[in-house]
Design a protein around this ligand. Structure first.
Ligand code: PLP
Length: 652
C-alpha cells in the first residue's frame, strides 16, 4: 500500500516497504553504535535492555517495564534506572584497568572514585557504594554536602574519598575526622589560600591531613569542556603557586602529607591523543614533586572518559575515538614510559570517571501526546476562481515540479508564499488565500523533497527542507527538567521509539516537549549519516500509545534540571534484571506533585486552597454556582494539587 499524505502527493517518506526489518531499525537508530552492548531489538520489534548475566545476555523489553509501571500506577514520563547496568559499568571500568595493569606489568593498582556531582541521587550513590565496595571504588566530593554523602554511604575503608572544590574549616574538620577514623580522605588544594586553613585545623585537632595538589595542565583538549585545561583554566594551582605550596609545607614540616597529584582535563574528552598528552604532563609534575621531596604515591587523572552519544566513534564533541580498554592502556603505558626511566615507583592510579559510569543506566521514557502533521489540509481539485493571482501562480508551480527544475520551483514557491503572506498582512489577500498558499507551498516542498532524494548532488540552500516538512511529535516531558543539556549545551542524546521496530518508521519528525517554549524541542539526532535535524518515527495510531526513550541520560541531567513552567521531577523507577530475564522493581519514587513544585517557589497551598474556597463561595453568593457545585470544584482543586505535574491520561 502506498501511503498518501493528506495533500494527495506522495509522502516524503519512501512508501511502506515490506522488506523493512529489525536490522534496519538497529541501523537507523544506531542502537549497537551507542548502546555499548546494553541495548538491542527483540524479534518482537521491541527495544530491550540487556546484561551479560548468564551464558546468554539477559534481556528485558522496556515496553514490558512500562506495562509493569502502569499496573502499579506509575505514570509517564518516568526515569528508568537499571541498577545492575550501573554495577556492570563499575565492573567494566575496574576490570579494564586491571587488564591494562597486568598487560604492562604495572607495579601498583587502580582505585576509582565516583564524582558525586555527576548523579547525586541517593539510590545511585548507594548502589555505587554497595557494588563498588568489591573494587574499593570510592567517591569524589566537591562540596560539604557531597562529603557528607560520601562519609555516610561509603562502607569500605580501602576506598578513597577525594575532596575537591573550595574548602572552609567546617569542610576540613569533617575530612580530618574521617581520616582519624581510618578513611583515606584526601584534600586536593585548588588554591594556595586553602593551605593555611588546612594547617590551622590540622594543628588544632592534632590530625595530619592527606594532601593532594591540583595542577593546571597546559594541554588544550578538544570538545566542549576544553576550558578546564590550559592557562585560562579557573581551577588548579599555577606552577608558581605549586612551588609556594611546597615551600610552605616544608616550612611547617608537613611535606610528608603531600601524596597525591590531581589533574582533570575536562569532561567528555573525545580524542585519545589529548588524554595521552595530559597523562604525560601530569607525570612530569608528579616526578617534579618527588624531586622536591614529597612522598607522593597517588596519581589522580580526574574525569574525561567520554560517552559516545552519537555512536560515531569519532573525535566530534558528543562522540569519542577510543574504547574503554584503549583509555586504560594509554594511561598505564604513558605512566610507565614517563616514570620508568626515572626509576620512580608506580603510583596508585585514580580516575574520577562520572559520565561513563552512570550515563548508560538511566533513560527517560515518555508517551507521545499529539502529532502535528506538517500538512494538515488536503488541496482542492481546482482553485476557487476568486483566489488571488499569486495563489494561481503558486498553483502553477505545483503542477510542474520535476527533476530538472525542482530547485527553481522551491525558490518560486517560497517567493509566492511570502508575497501572499505580505498581501494578507496589508489586507489585500484573504484568510483563505493565505491558508491555501501555505498548503500549496507544502505540497511543492514535498515534491521537491522527493526529487532531491533521487539525486546525489548537494543543494546547500535546501538544507532546511527536512525540518520544514517534519511532523512535530509532542512528548509528555519537559526538556528543561529532564534533558537540560540539550537546551544548555546542544547535547545530543540517542532518541528512539521503544516498540514497533519491526515496522518502518514512515514520518520525518522532530520532538517537542509540553512546556510551550520554543526551545523545548529535540531537533538534533545522530544517525549513520551524522547529525540530522529530524528523525524517523512511526505514524501514531488512534487510541494507541506510542512510547519514545531518550538514552544515556544518567549523567548530569537529573539535578541540573529546572522547574520551567513548573514541571517537576519525574517519577523514577529502578529495576534489577535477573539472569533468567525476569526483573524486580527495586525502588520507586513518586515525582513531584503540583503542591510540591508550588512549595519550591514559596507558595503555601493551604492558603491557596482557602483563596480558591473564597472565590467559589462568592460565586455561590452571587448565584453563579450552587453549593453542591462548589463542593465538586473544591474537590477538583485539591485533586489537582495532589496530581502529577505532567499530562495525566484519564482513567475510566
Ligand atoms: C566533573 C568532574 C569530574 C567528572 O568528569 P566526567 O567526565 O563526568 O567523568 C571528575 N573530576 C572533576 C574534578 C570534575 O570537576
Amino acid at each position: 500500500m502506498v501511503d498518501k499524505s493528506p495533500s494527495g502527493s506522495p509522502l516524503v517518506a519512501t512508501p511502506y516497504d515490506a522488506s523493512w526489518s529489525i536490522a534496519k531499525s538497529l541501523e537507523l537508530y544506531g542502537v549497537r553504535d551507542w548502546g555499548e552492548g546494553y541495548f538491542d531489538i527483540s524479534a518482537a520489534g521491541e527495544l530491550v535492555a540487556q546484561l551479560p548475566l548468564g551464558k546468554q545476555a539477559s534481556q528485558v523489553a522496556l515496553l514490558d517495564i512500562i506495562q509493569g509501571m502502569k499496573e502499579r500506577g506509575i505514570e509517564m514520563p518516568s526515569i528508568l534506572r537499571i541498577e545492575n547496568l550501573l554495577d556492570d559499568r563499575i565492573k567494566a571500568l575496574n576490570e579494564a584497568f586491571k587488564h591494562a595493569i597486568n598487560e604492562y606489568s604495572y607495579q601498583n593498582h587502580y582505585r576509582g572514585v565516583f564524582p558525586i556531582k555527576v548523579n547525586q541521587q541517593c539510590h545511585v550513590i548507594e548502589e555505587i557504594a554497595d557494588f563498588g565496595a568489591g573494587y574499593h571504588h570510592g567517591f569524589e566530593a566537591g562540596s560539604k554536602a557531597e562529603l557528607i554523602i560520601a562519609l555516610s554511604k561509603l562502607k569500605d575503608d580501602q576506598s578513597l574519598i577525594i575532596c575537591n572544590g573550595y574548602k572552609d574549616s567546617e569542610f576540613i574538620e569533617l575530612g580530618l575526622y574521617a581520616k582519624e577514623m581510618g578513611l583515606k580522605c584526601f584534600f586536593v588544594l585548588e588554591t594556595p589560600s586553602e593551605l593555611p586553613i588546612i594547617l590551622e585545623c590540622s594543628q588544632r585537632l592534632g590530625i595530619e591531613p592527606l594532601l593532594g595538589v591540583r595542577i593546571r595542565p597546559l594541554v588544550i583538549v578538544d570538545g566542549h569542556w576544553n576550558e578546564d585545561s590550559g592557562d585560562r583554566s579557573i581551577f588548579g594551582l599555577s606552577t608558581a603557586s605549586l612551588i609556594k605550596v611546597v615551600e610552605q609545607l616544608k616550612e611547617s614540616n608537613m611535606l610528608h602529607c603531600l601524596q597525591l597529584l590531581h589533574c582533570h582535563l575536562g569532561s567528555q574528552i573525545p580524542n585519545i591523543r589529548n588524554i595521552r598528552s595530559g597523562v604525560l604532563e601530569a607525570c612530569r609534575f608528579y616526578s617534579g614533586l618527588m624531586e622536591e621531596g614529597a612522598p607522593m604515591g597517588f596519581l589522580d587523572l580526574g574525569g574525561g572518559l567520554a560517552v559516545d552519544y552519537e555512536g560515531a566513534r569519532t573525535n566530534s564533541h558528543h562522540s569519542m575515538n577510543y574504547q574503554l580498554d584503549e583509555y586504560c592502556a594509554n594511561i598505564v603505558e604513558t605512566i610507565c614510559e614517563c616514570l620508568d626511566p626515572l626509576a620512580i615507583p608506580h603510583p596508585v592510579i585514580i580516575s574520577e570517571s562520572g559520565r561513563s559510569t552512570v550515563a548508560y543506566s538511566s533513560m527517560l521514557l515518555f508517551n507521545v501526546l499529539d502529532v502535528r502533521d506538517h500538512c494538515p489540509a488536503p488541496l482542492p481539485d481546482s482553485l476557487p476562481g476568486s483566489s488571488h493571482e499569486l495563489v494561481h501562480n503558486l498553483w502553477q508551480v505545483n503542477q510542474v515540479v520535476a527533476a530538472d527544475n525542482f530547485q527553481e520551483c522551491y525558490n518560486d514557491a517560497l517567493f509566492y508564499r511570502d508575497e501572499v503572506r505580505e498581501l494578507f498582512r496589508r489586507g489585500q489577500a484573504s484568510l483563505s488565500d493565505r491558508a491555501i498558499a501555505d498548503n500549496i507551498t507544502l505540497a511543492v516542498l514535498e515534491k521537491v523533497a522527493v526529487e532531491l532524494k533521487q539525486t546525489d548532488k548537494h543543494y546547500p540552500e535546501l538544507n532546511n527542507l527536512p525540518e520544514m516538512l517534519a511532523d512535530t511529535y509532542y512528548g509528555n516531558f519537559s526538556l528543561f527538567q529532564s534533558l537540560p543539556d540539550i537546551w544548555a549545551i546542544d547535547q545530543v542524546f540517542p532518541v528512539m521509539p521503544i516498540h514497533r521496530l519491526q515496522e518502518e518508521p514512515d514520518r520525518d519528525a522532530l520532538i517537542a516537549d509540553i512546556t510551550c517554549d520554543c526551545d523545548g524541542k529535540i531537533d538534533h539526532f545522530s544517525n549513520a549519516k551524522g547529525i540530522q535535524r529530524t528523525t524517523r518515527l512511526h505514524t501514531v495510531h488512534e487510541g494507541e500509545e506510542y512510547y519514545l526513550g531518550v538514552f544515556l541520560v544518567g549523567a548530569y541531567q537529573e539535578t541540573l534540571g529546572d522547574l520551567h513552567n513548573l514541571f517537576g521531577d519525574t517519577n523514577v523507577v529502578s529495576v534489577h534484571i535477573h539472569a533468567d530475564g525476569s526483573y524486580d522493581f527495586v525502588r520507586e519514587f513518586q515525582g513531584d506533585s503540583i503542591a510540591d513544585v508550588l512549595s519550591y517557589v514559596e507558595y503555601d497551598t493551604k492558603i491557596m486552597t482557602e483563596e480558591f474556597r473564597q472565590l467559589a463561595e462568592k460565586a455561590v453568593k452571587q448565584g453563579k454556582i450552587t453549593a453542591a457545585k462548589r463542593k465538586q470544584m473544591m474537590k477538583a482543586f485539591k485533586a489537582s494539587l495532589d496530581g502529577y505535574t505532567y499530562f495525566e491520561k484519564e482513567e475510566h
